[in-house]
Ligand binder design. Structure first.
Ligand SMILES: *Cc1c(COP(=O)(O)O)cnc(C)c1O
Length: 387
């Protein structure tokens, strides 16, 4: 079977230094908030062009933390796509707020600024929920239309989060999503473009006071410098908890892994783009291949094509040792627990159509041209047979 994502090839490339880095943490005993955490946060903020980066427990908690920091909760609306991983929408009910589902652009699968505008106006007209923020997703690794989305957010006074769990490292005109967003979040789940060896996530932000608040929320609302300045305490302020937070620390071992992976990340993004270009050349005349915004660079978390008869293609490829996956067969607003939340006026026709047509192919930086040719040949034969 051709690997869908080949983490072992990456591990072999990273070799002994990776294993040494892990063992160093094991031997140091600094399992929680060891020095690798601060060093990784420093390097991550530099890579992501953000003044501040906070590591945390997962990509899901990376979305919850800024919502908590802004005090978003019951009665508040946060707009997001429905064609995404459940975690994007889950963050809102976790803080008591309501997601409002917005349709996507048919070419990029990312938030449609016009549907967003219409959804915000509808929520305002109805007057039941208070619009607070927008979460744009860089689905499959490609940047959302940040200039247009940020314009809509500014017009309505809404915060903008970039959920870049699949797209961390993507750019638009050379700039990372944080250029337009208030906050960019990512996940280090192993299969993401920048993944660790367990769970982890990060929140990138621009404002020192806001970052400080996230630092506090990450560790049970413990007092940070701004909370204790000019005050004296009988006890260690470490045990002064000034707000309700949570435990969302990332393990030191994961920071050590990520420091090694960051060294080759730029090179891997280039390799992913070479693989994507070859797929487009090999398949573009027969099936719908992905579109990246003009001036955009995707990190290709997935390579997703569209074709009628998708459900018949998967077993045919599987027989030839080619794995595929469908992201996502059921849009979030169609899932039982999320069907109670509002959608943009007119519903989400593009989202619902795409869910029935997309299929993702093996994609990783170490996919050989030979294996890729096997995939391309098998799909071409399938499409021609079924025409
Ligand atoms: C993976 C993912 C998340 C959640 O990340 P976890 O680290 O698994 O919690 C959030 N949003 C999107 C778009 C994702 O793909």
């Amino acid at each position: 079977m051709i690997p869908f994502i080949d983490l072992q090839a990456q591990r072999l490339r990273l070799g002994q230094p990776l294993e040494d880095a892990i063992l160093k943490v094991v031997r140091s005993g600094a399992y929680i908030m060891g020095p690798e955490i601060a060093e990784f946060e420093r390097q991550l903020s530099a890579f992501g062009q953000a003044p501040f980066a906070l590591s945390c427990g997962s990509g899901t908690e990376a979305l919850v933390l800024p919502l908590m920091a802004w005090g978003i909760g019951p009665g508040d609306a946060v707009f997001c796509p429905s064609f995404t991983f459940a975690a994007t929408a889950e963050a809102m009910p976790l803080v008591g707020a309501s997601p409002v589902f917005v349709d996507i652009d048919p070419e990029t699968y990312n938030l449609d600024p016009q549907s967003l505008q219409a959804a915000i106006e509808a929520v305002k007209r109805e007057g039941k929920l208070n619009p607070r923020a927008v979460i744009a997703v860089d689905l499959f690794g490609g940047p959302a239309d940040y200039p247009a989305i940020a314009r809509v957010c500014a017009e309505h006074g809404l915060k903008l989060i970039s959920d870049s769990a699949q797209g961390f490292g993507c750019t638009l005109h050379g700039k990372h999503p944080i250029h337009w967003a208030d906050v960019a979040t990512t996940s280090f789940f192993p299969a993401k473009p920048l993944g660790c060896y367990g769970d982890g996530g990060a929140v990138l932000s621009k404002d020192a006071g806001f970052h400080d608040l996230l630092v506090s929320l990450r560790v049970h609302g413990q007092a940070v410098k701004s909370d204790t300045e000019g005050k004296t305490f009988e006890h260690d302020p470490k045990y002064l908890n000034v707000r309700v937070g949570m435990n969302s620390r990332m393990d030191t071992i994961q920071a050590a892994v990520l420091l090694e992976k960051l060294k080759i990340f730029e090179d891997e993004i280039a390799a992913r783009n070479r693989v994507a270009d070859r797929y487009a050349q090999g398949l573009g005349d027969l099936v719908k291949t992905p579109t990246v915004l003009d001036g955009g660079v995707s990190v290709w978390a997935q390579y997703t094509i569209e074709l009628p008869g998708r459900d018949d293609l998967a077993p045919v490829l599987r027989e030839q040792g080619i794995p595929t996956a469908v992201y996502y067969p059921i849009p979030i607003h169609k899932q039982n627990v999320y069907s109670v939340y509002p959608t943009a006026p007119g519903g989400l026709p593009v989202t619902e159509a795409k869910a029935g047509q997309v299929i993702s192919l093996p994609m990783h930086p170490y996919l050989s041209e030979e294996d890729q040719d096997t995939v391309v040949t098998a799909i071409r034969a399938f499409v021609k047979r079924n025409r």
